[in-house]
Design a protein around this ligand. Structure first.
Ligand code: NCD
Length: 268
């Protein structure tokens, strides 16, 4: 895995097993790597979990969490910023405002670029966290029924997860659709991406919850707005806080795989 721009760049079975090993064994990594967190859009979970993952692996982080305090504010283009940071670090986590910018960055970068969300494009590491959550629950990633609810058009987490589950039955219910959701194993809810021009709102109501099977799980990449009432947090079907924890583990797996491969390459 040189770059992780799309979920299709990931070796999913290998990463699931790496995440499982990391969660169950103490691994003392010897590397002394530096990661740059370069964020052109706000983030809580993605930037903090990458930083935490890096610290837990024994590495260090340069954080540019608000590009307005970098040379971007002086008009520097993406390529120059990527080339600059690539001389100071061993990998770059990039969150960008427009679909395709992670691929643009990867094209010029000397170090691996990990797409932490590119506009309404993709968000592969959120998807890997989601897949780890699903796999822990059902011990498979196929023959499941998944209902996506919310911002289908502009939700990048939906786009990557949809690509990663080719052998599942999928339903897409958008913000304006007030129908009862189909019986499913997984309900994947997303926020309405107002910053990308999406409109409308929806809320998981009692009549929806009544139809969610006992064995099913409710997921959400967060942040949430009004989609899931907070009283549902203690429901045994809620999995969104587990997704966050799994995101940390999975990001450790992604980083350790990238750096192990990088060191192999340097040794030869
Ligand atoms: C998502 C994102 O940034 O795409 N958040 C995240 O990384 N967990 C979802 C969102 O912003 O709605």
């Amino acid at each position: 895995m040189k770059h992780l721009v799309s979920i299709t760049d990931a070796n999913i079975p290998h990463l699931l097993s790496s995440a499982h090993n990391i969660e169950n064994t103490f691994i003392n990594y010897k590397f002394n790597k530096i990661l740059t967190n370069l964020f052109y859009e706000p983030s809580t979970r993605t930037s903090s979990s990458f930083a935490s993952a890096m610290y837990k692996l024994g590495g260090k982080v340069i954080s540019i969490n608000d590009v307005n305090y970098s040379s971007v504010a002086k008009g520097e283009n993406l390529e120059d910023t990527i080339r600059t940071m690539g001389t100071f670090c061993d990998a770059i986590v990039l969150r960008s405002r427009t679909a395709g910018q992670a691929a643009r960055a990867a094209f010029v970068s000397e170090v691996p670029v990990i797409n932490a969300g590119d506009g309404n494009g993709e968000h592969p590491t959120q998807t890997l966290a989601d897949l780890y959550t699903i796999h822990k629950e059902f011990e498979r990633l196929d023959n499941l029924t998944v209902t996506f609810v919310g911002d289908i058009e502009n939700g990048r987490t939906v786009h990557s997860l949809d690509k990663a589950l080719p052998d599942c039955e999928k339903h897409f219910i958008d913000t304006f659709d007030k129908s009862i959701w189909p019986a499913s194993d997984i309900y994947y809810l997303t926020r309405v991406q107002k910053e990308r021009g999406s409109e409308g709102s929806y809320r998981m109501r009692k009549e929806h919850i009544k139809h969610i099977p006992e064995h099913a799980i409710v997921m959400h990449p967060f942040p949430r707005n009004e989609e899931i009432p907070t009283w549902f947090d203690n429901d045994p079907r809620a999995r969104y806080f587990q997704q966050m924890r799994n995101g940390l583990i999975m990001r450790m797996a992604v980083l350790s795989n990238i750096f192990t491969e990088q060191d192999k390459y340097l040794d030869t």
